[in-house]
Write a protein that binds this ligand. Sequence first.
Ligand SMILES: Cc1cc2nc3c(=O)[nH]c(=O)nc-3n(C[C@H](O)[C@H](O)[C@H](O)COP(=O)(O)OP(=O)(O)OC[C@H]3O[C@@H](n4cnc5c(N)ncnc54)[C@H](O)[C@@H]3O)c2cc1C
Length: 461
Amino acid sequence: MTDERYRSRSLWLDQISEPLTPQHPLTGNATCDVAIVGGGFTGLWTAYALTVADPTLQVRILEAETCGFGASGRNGGWASALFAGARAVTAKRRGRDGVLALHRQMLAAIDDIERTCTEESIDCSFERGGTLTLATSPAHVARIREHVAADHRWGLDDHDSQWLEPEEARGRVGAARVYGAAFTPHCAAIQPARLVRGLADAVRRRAVTVHEATRARAIEPGRVVTDRGAVRADVVVRATEGYTPQLAGSERRLVPLYSFIIATEPLPQSFWDGVGWRNRETISDGRHLIIYAQRTADDRIAFGGRGAPYHFGSGTRATFDRDTAVFDDLARVMHELFPNTRDARITHRWGGPLGVPRDWYPSVGLDRSTGLAWAGGYVGDGVTTTNLAGRTLADLILRRDTERTELAWVDHRSRDWEREPLRWLGVNAGLRLSAAADRRESRTHRRAVRYERALEFLTGS
Ligand SMILES: Cc1cc2nc3c(=O)[nH]c(=O)nc-3n(C[C@H](O)[C@H](O)[C@H](O)COP(=O)(O)OP(=O)(O)OC[C@H]3O[C@@H](n4cnc5c(N)ncnc54)[C@H](O)[C@@H]3O)c2cc1C
């Protein structure tokens, strides 16, 4: 693939000034201590943590395309403390303390990302402005308030998760029709491609061999078979997230669901004067089918969401990275929330696969009997979790017992997804239900807005 085709995968990759052409493909057979399949955040954070802990370790990364080609170079750039798995599952495995332990480690992971960027001179525009979950329809209010109440029931407090009344919420971000918001300070907006490419440079400086344009065909105990030779290693790490079903024997481990983003041109100061959004808070709202946005460091809005159908057989083809219907929907929602973006040019549209396990609960682990390690199934919340995964894998591989290796997601096993066509029917039915619930709420909301406007007209207020 040419440099240009990699750039077209996202605004973020397009903004990388260095060439993206794959470097140093494997030529023939090789050996090392740890072989890592996948050059995204998971693979790179693992290599980084391993070589920081033990600089003598020989580590090789095998990346099918170029580092950051996958979700890591294309995501919404939320480095948040969100862990995708249900708290009830965490509590079942490690009790209520286990929920708070995981939360503390997610916070530590955000700190670790920031610290590493400083130490390795990675300029990924990291800004910890927190997250606002806006109630953009009256139906969202009860749901979002209940999320805040649930956070508190699990032991968090107002410093972690807080309800903002409509006026205060609008003061932070002046979207159209804000009925209140939840706020958490635990999220940074980042330029993710700069982070993933910076990490690749950092591990190369630490003598990790990064073989790009090298596709693994099979992962076996002690060996990775690629299209360019085999690599023998004591430990093999699978870090292939949404692409995992392409590996022989892993077809039903995760399903790839696609998420999509559009980005505007840089918006003028007059727009930001009207809207606020001063701290680059990441933004979402209370609808069922997730939307997410960030104000980029160069003053664009990157606006993303899910909603594309699951593709039969867990395929991940290049043509799936674009979906005109979803792009149009995203533009419509962005224009509704921020009417003054209607005349702004949309310069970039892209998407990519995220990995979803059968129970929607991420996991990390090492099977000592085979030397096979893995991390993934982050369900679209992987920017921070991959950092925790990398440091946890390093602990497990180096046989160090730490507070990370005690966490509930370590060695968690999700069962495999159903065979097709059941998988296709089930996943798409779930997606359609969420979309239908939003459409219902939106119809009710439109009626409520018409009523409010009529009232405003009649009362002159
Ligand atoms: C559009 C979108 C928006 C998102 N937004 C957010 C967000 O704002 N915040 C958040 O926390 N998370 C977000 N996510 C999820 C997050 O990006 C991922 O969870 C995270 O990047 C996963 O990193 P990874 O390294 O495990 O996987 P990836 O980045 O997908 O990396 C996997 C790598 O493995 C390589 N590979 C695959 N198969 C093989 C093979 N056989 N041989 C060799 N190499 C192989 C791929 O080329 C790829 O480079 C988003 C995801 C998407 C798609």
